[in-house]
Structures are given as C-alpha cells and as structure tokens.
Design a protein around this ligand. Structure first.
Ligand code: TNX
Length: 516
C-alpha cells in the first residue's frame, strides 16, 4: 500500500500514520477576518465534510471553544512557495492551511480532502468519523499552466457536464480548462449579430444527431464555476481551418460566396475561412471581442491547426492578422503548433501537439522530418521573440486515443497510450531542447470525434488526466511509475464515490475499497 494517496504528489510530505486528526460534530473551520476568498473556500470544505456528519462545520473568523479546528490562513505563509503554494499542517486537534494567496488555500484544502477517507465524497454518506493521519506538507506546482481541453464541437457537452468535469480537474489541482468551441461539425457559442452560427451551425454534431450551443449566460456560468475553483477557462475558436460550421452558416464567409453543407463526419483539413475577404476579419474581430467580454481569461486560442487549403504565405499572413486582432482586443494569443510558422509575438503561446519533437518516430508519416525541422525552426523564432510553449504531445497526453487496441472508444492516429505511457515521460527528456523557462506547462486535450456524453468523457480522461496533472504539478525527480501506480490504485474508491466512470487499466492495482 502506498503511504498516502495524494495526486499530484506534493513537494514535501511527512506522514505520521500512528496519530490522527478527526473531524467531529464540533469541528470548526476558521478563516482570517475579512478574507472573503478564505470564507468561500472554507464553506466549500464545510459542504464536502457535511456529506458525512450531521452538522456541517461552521465557518467563522474566531473560535470560542472547539476541540477540533481547521484553520485557513494567510499569516505565517511562506511567500517562496508562490501564489499557488501552501503549507498544510495536520495536527491531532488542529489542521492549518497557510498560503499567501487563495489559490494556495484551495489547493491545501484539496490535499486535506485527499488525506480524508474517500467515502466523504458520497453525496449523502452515512455519518461516520473522518480521520486524516497527522502530516506536514509543503507544496507548490512546477508549472503555471496545468490544463485539460474539452472538444465540445464534435460532440456537444451541456454546461452541467462541463462543471462536473471542472470539479474533477480541481481535485487534481489543474488550473486551465481549454474549451474547443467550434469546428467543422459545430459552432457552440452564441455571437451577437451572427445568429446562424449557433441556430444552424450548432444544430448538429458528429453522426448527425442534434447538437447544441452555449448562450452567453451558459458560458458565463461555466466561467464563474471554474473561477471559484481557480480554473481559467481559455476559449478556442479554431481558424482558418476547422470552420465548416461557420462557412455553412454564412455564404459570405466563403471565397466563392457559396455555403457548404453542414458536416457530420470526422475528416479534418478540408475547410478554411477565406483569407482575401474583408468580412473574414470583421467576423473574427466580432468573435474575439464578444468572447473576450464573456470570458475574463487573458488568453484567446485561435486554433490554427491542420490547414490544407491555404498556401504557406497565406497561412502565415492570416495568423499574423488574427494575432493583431487578438492583441487589439486586449488578449494574448494561443495557437496549435502550426502557428509557429508565422511571426509569433512576445507573450503568445504555442501549443505543441504533433508527435514530432523527437523525430524519427515510427508513428510518423512520410514528410515528418521536414515538418519537424520547420516546426522547430518556428518554435525557436517564437521563443526568441518571447513566446512560450504548452506541451500536449499527442502520443502521450491525448485523452481521445484508445488505451489499447481493444478500447471501444477513441482514435489511434498517434498510438494507443495507456496509463503508463501518458504518465511515464519527462518534459526535460521529450523536449530537451526547450528551456524550462520557456515552458508554460502541460495540457491534455480530449477530442470528441468518438466521445459522446459525460460517461465517455470520464472513461477516456480517467485515469490518464490524473497523470498529466502530476506531470504539471510535481517535480520530475520525485516521480516514478512504480510508485505512482500504487497511489493511482488508491483513487478507485474516491472516484467511485464521485461516480466517475473511469477505465480500470490492467496496469494499475486498483483498490476498490468497501467502506461505508
Ligand atoms: C488532431 S490536435 C486535431 C484534431 C483532432 C485530433 C484527434 C489538433 C490540433 N488537431 O482536429 O480532433 O487530432 O486526435
């Protein structure tokens, strides 16, 4: 058995298994006077604990007499742990989380949650004592961008499902939810002045079933829910390719003025906005401005992937113009790795996805060597200009790939990474030529050509997403697959309590548990 079941692994953990803290009926949660965020985080913790005891712990700024206290405080925090770092001290009668910023308090609470028994996650658990071993934890993340992506374009996911996914991200200290909001098969967010994008362009999805879209209120609801959990929602409108839904909705966006049919298949690369038309840029400006107003993130993801309909020069000019629009609207641009072929500016992010980095891989098609050389040259120029990269190597962290050849869902184009392959790699080995300071972090995309509905999403994301969370958070030298698989096996009970439809990878010794 693993000494603890914490994922991601904290920087420093001392556990004293012989001694415990118990949550009791009289346990109180105490926050600093005037700390609104601390109060909110304390209330979230109280609700969680409230599943398993009769009276939810009161959250207050003072405590008169309590035999058991959980304190969330900014005093005595260690600033060298950064805005997301925290100290967690679990004593026999008092737990203290110290952090300089609310993020750190939130992450300290997630760690405490993982130290407490999994049965607390049941919505209406039978009252039973909750104990955590006495422990001292000092923790901070390695990377500032720890992301997951949902493709709500190929198959739409209602806002409630996205929020459920956000809950699971928060448990694993992920902090960026990238939403892929448009593609050939669907446009999923309302834009004023362009109603057909959603009315028509959002009406279907892969397979031809009815699609769906988010109203501005829906999207704002998702963003607010994420923000309460310290998750930044990064919107993506993929362009110039992956735009059939928009092109089908508005004939005037097409070079020949003729709208194509709606598309419900799964090919890529056949559509493009028309780079020569002024209306293209008016349209993009409307979209960037309106989405920028709905979503407070500093980032706007412009896609940029898999464009086969434009020449290299047309493509580079297009990306340059979009980059200017994004900047003029006060946002910073993110793009899939192809955008590095254009002039990328200071402060932008290039998301590396093609499994080109090591080169010479059997999984790669002919022409990969040239593609790799062009990409590396582009990335070097982008980094020199002050951009950074996000690492999403498809053959490791694509959550839409099959676990093995027998997985019913999923694609295989970049391999079939099972739980070990998606965890057992190092940023400094796979991307040895990129300095750590140029790496914003890691992100695991879940494309949805074959993934329909939340149960499919959960099956493909878990357990792999937990491993990516650990790559993003934990120091590389502290990680090993042999040890991780034991901690991962310990998640079965908590994930079951949360109702997560996770894949029982045969590589992991799952401990299903029987308490409650
Ligand atoms: C490549 S990754 C794509 C997507 C597909 C995905 C399937 C990327 C930037 N583009 O359009 O959905 O592969 O794995």
């Amino acid at each position: 058995m693993a000494p603890h079941a914490l994922i991601p692994l904290p920087a420093e953990v001392r556990i004293e298994p012989s001694d415990s803290f118990f949550v009791e009926e009289g346990t109180r949660i105490v926050v600093d006077p005037g700390d609104e965020d601390g109060l909110r985080i304390g209330e979230m913790l109280s609700e969680l604990i409230g599943n398993t005891i009769e009276t939810m712990p009161a959250v207050d700024t003072t405590v008169a007499e309590a035999t058991s206290v959980i304190r969330l405080t900014r005093t005595g925090a260690d600033p060298s742990l950064g805005p997301e770092g925290y100290l967690l001290d679990v004593g026999p009668t008092e737990v203290t989380v110290r952090a300089i910023e609310p993020e750190g308090l939130f992450y300290g609470v997630q760690t405490l949650r993982q130290l407490l028994p999994a049965r607390m996650e049941y919505q209406a658990a039978f009252p039973s004592p909750l104990g955590s071993p006495v422990a001292q934890i000092r923790d901070m993340p390695r990377f500032g961008w720890r992301g997951a992506m949902l493709d709500v374009a190929r198959h739409f996911l209602p806002a409630e499902d996205v929020m459920r996914f956000i809950d699971f991200m928060a448990l694993h200290k992920l902090n960026v939810l990238h939403l892929h909001l448009s593609d050939d098969q669907g446009w999923r967010v309302e834009i004023e002045g362009w109603p057909r994008l959603t009315e028509y362009g959002g009406s279907t999805e892969v397979g031809g079933r009815s699609g769906g879209f988010y109203s501005a209120e829906d999207l704002e609801g998702i963003v607010a829910y994420a923000a309460e959990r310290f998750i930044d929602v990064v919107p993506e409108i993929d362009m110039p390719g992956h735009t059939n839904a928009a092109l089908a909705s508005y004939p005037e966006l097409n070079c020949d003025g003729v709208a194509p049919e709606l598309y419900t298949g799964t090919s890529v690369g056949f559509s493009s906005l028309c780079p020569d038309l002024d209306v293209t840029y008016t349209f993009i400006d409307d979209v960037v401005r309106q989405i920028g107003a709905m979503v407070p993130s500093p980032w706007f993801h412009m896609g940029g992937d898999e464009v086969r309909e434009l020449s290299e020069d047309e493509y580079a000019d297009f990306v340059g113009r979009v980059q200017d629009i994004v900047r003029a609207r006060g946002k910073r641009m993110v793009g899939w790795d192809e955008v590095a072929l254009a002039d990328i500016q200071d402060g932008a992010l290039v998301q590396l996805w093609r499994p080109l980095w090591k080169g010479g891989d059997e999984a790669l098609e002919a022409g990969a060597a040239e593609a790799a050389t062009a990409l590396k040259g582009g990335v070097d120029r982008a980094l020199a200009a002050g951009a950074q990269v996000i690492l999403s190597p498809a053959d490791r962290v694509y959550l839409d790939l099959k676990y093995d050849s027998t997985t019913a869902l999923g694609l295989t184009w970049a391999g079939t990474p099972d739980t070990r392959e998606s965890y057992d790699w190092r940023v400094d080995e796979l991307f040895a030529d990129i300095p750590e300071a140029s790496i914003a972090g890691v992100e695991a995309p879940l494309w949805s050509e074959t993934v329909r509905g939340m149960s499919d999403v959960e099956f493909m994301a878990f357990p792999r997403l937990a491993g990516v969370a650990e790559i993003g958070w934990s120091a590389a030298d502290s990680r090993s697959w042999d040890e991780y698989r034991l901690r991962l096996g310990e998640q079965a009970e908590r994930w079951t309590a949360l109702g997560i439809n996770f894949y029982r990878s045969p590589l992991v010794p799952w401990r299903e548990g029987s308490s409650n």
